[in-house]
Write a protein that binds this ligand. Structure first.
Ligand SMILES: Nc1ncnc2c1ncn2[C@@H]1O[C@H](COP(=O)(O)OP(=O)(O)OP(=O)(O)O)[C@@H](O)[C@H]1O
Ligand SMILES: Cc1cn([C@H]2C[C@H](O)[C@@H](COP(=O)(O)O)O2)c(=O)[nH]c1=O
Length: 197
């Protein structure tokens, strides 16, 4: 089963993902962008480059996803493992659709989803850590071009579209709560998810 953690920069995904290691020691913990491949390295170069072309950046993230799927996610799922990913395809639909908003690409979210439809694997459940863009930008430290409140407002609107389209897949958690309350809520969500499956 594939469960993903999504949300704005600074929403607390990595804090939760690290805490879940103790709760589910047998799960396969993974992330996008990957941190153990040259595809992930290329993505990180694009994140750090303010002049990187948004369309080229989409394809770098998507290449990293393809490698992540074939090398980590699909083999683990084939072995019956619980896979918990800190970010996954919804990050592309939310972030790169925002980056391409004023580009020549018409309907960028639909375009990006279409590219993924040919080869990707939809998560079984997605926990969305919901936080306002100002809090997100402040927590993340505004260290790169994505961590800006105005951009994150567009990203958040895109996440809302995704949730509206597939309400049964998403579990929304209020990530403005203190970290221990966020973790309690995520653990409760996981308990429900695993009981259902
Ligand atoms: N619920 C919370 N309340 C207040 N601060 C928090 C909370 N959760 C995480 N933080 C703090 O916010 C910062 C960002 O947290 P974290 O790295 O977990 O977020 P993230 O969603 O993984 O961000 P990114 O997507 O940018 O990697 C850290 O300093 C963390 O300690
Ligand atoms: C997977 C993915 C990520 N991003 C953005 C979101 C963040 O600003 C950075 C790095 O992610 P991290 O969780 O802070 O390590 O990349 C993106 O724009 N598109 C994606 O598909």
């Amino acid at each position: 089963m594939l469960v993903t953690l999504e949300g704005l920069d600074g929403s607390g995904k990595t804090t939760v993902w690290e805490a879940l290691h103790d709760v589910y020691p047998d799960a396969v913990f993974t992330r996008e962008p990957t941190d153990d491949s040259w595809y992930g390295e290329a993505v990180n170069r694009a994140i750090g480059d303010d002049d990187a072309d948004p369309l080229a950046t989409l394809f770098l993230f998507t290449a990293d996803h393809a490698d992540h799927l074939s090398r980590v996610v699909r083999p683990a799922l084939a072995d019956g493992e619980l896979v918990i990913s800190d970010r996954y395809s919804d990050s592309r639909y939310a972030y790169q659709a925002a980056s391409l908003r004023d580009s020549d690409v018409k309907r960028p979210m639909e375009y990006i989803m279409g590219i993924h439809a040919a080869f990707s694997r939809t998560p079984d459940k997605t926990i969305y850590l919901d936080v306002d863009p100002e809090t997100a930008a402040a927590r993340s430290g505004k260290t790169n071009k994505f961590e800006q409140a105005a951009y994150l407002a567009d990203v958040r609107a895109n996440y809302e579209r995704l949730i509206e389209a597939e309400p049964e897949r998403f579990v929304r958690v209020d990530a403005t709560q203190p970290p221990e309350d966020v973790l309690d809520a995520v653990e409760a969500a996981f308990a429900d998810i695993l009981e259902e499956n």
